[in-house]
Write a protein that binds this ligand. Structure first.
Ligand SMILES: [Zn+2]
Length: 159
């Protein structure tokens, strides 16, 4: 930037609103962890303007059962600035626990009325509160049936 100013070239930086998007990969967290940055990251086109997206570094993400953080590749669109971050298909965005694990723990809690031994009830309480809110919004009578139905159909329990 300083070099350009010395040459009499002025640049006006226009702040852009960055749009993030989380895209599911057809891979588990363990598969990504084993390969690390060498994982075969897929090419991706921008959802907004259809341009090819470019590498934009990595972000570290923690997942249950894996000690070290996993490097997750980010992509950026040169056209509109949209940033894409991948996630394993076994996990929902913003959850460290796998979908299967959340399902099994919530099933355990709903059937037995207590949390599995060794499980942090605070985390489960957060999931259960969100699940019950969705159940109430949908006017469903059986929380367990609702949970099983959503799991079988691959729909997030909390939306
Ligand atoms: Zn774009």
């Amino acid at each position: 930037m300083e070099r350009l100013k010395k040459r009499g070239i002025s640049i006006q930086l226009i702040p852009r609103k960055i749009i993030f998007m989380i895209v599911a990969l057809n891979a588990t967290a363990n598969e990504i962890s084993e390969s690390g940055r060498k994982f075969n990251w897929p090419e991706h086109s921008c959802e907004k303007c259809s341009r090819k997206m470019w590498g934009h570094g990595y972000v570290s993400r923690y997942f249950d059962g894996i000690t070290d953080p996993i490097p997750i590749k980010r992509l950026i669109c040169a056209g509109c600035g949209m940033v894409v971050i991948f996630r394993p298909s076994t996990h929902w965005a913003r959850f460290r626990s796998s979908i299967k694990s959340i399902y099994e723990i919530l099933c355990f809690r709903l059937k037995d009325c207590f949390w599995p031994p060794g499980f942090r009830r605070q985390r489960g309480g957060y999931w259960l509160t969100k699940l019950i809110a969705v159940v109430l919004m949908n006017g469903v009578t059986s929380t367990l049936e609702f949970l099983e139905d959503r799991y079988c159909r691959g729909i997030c329990f909390f939306v």
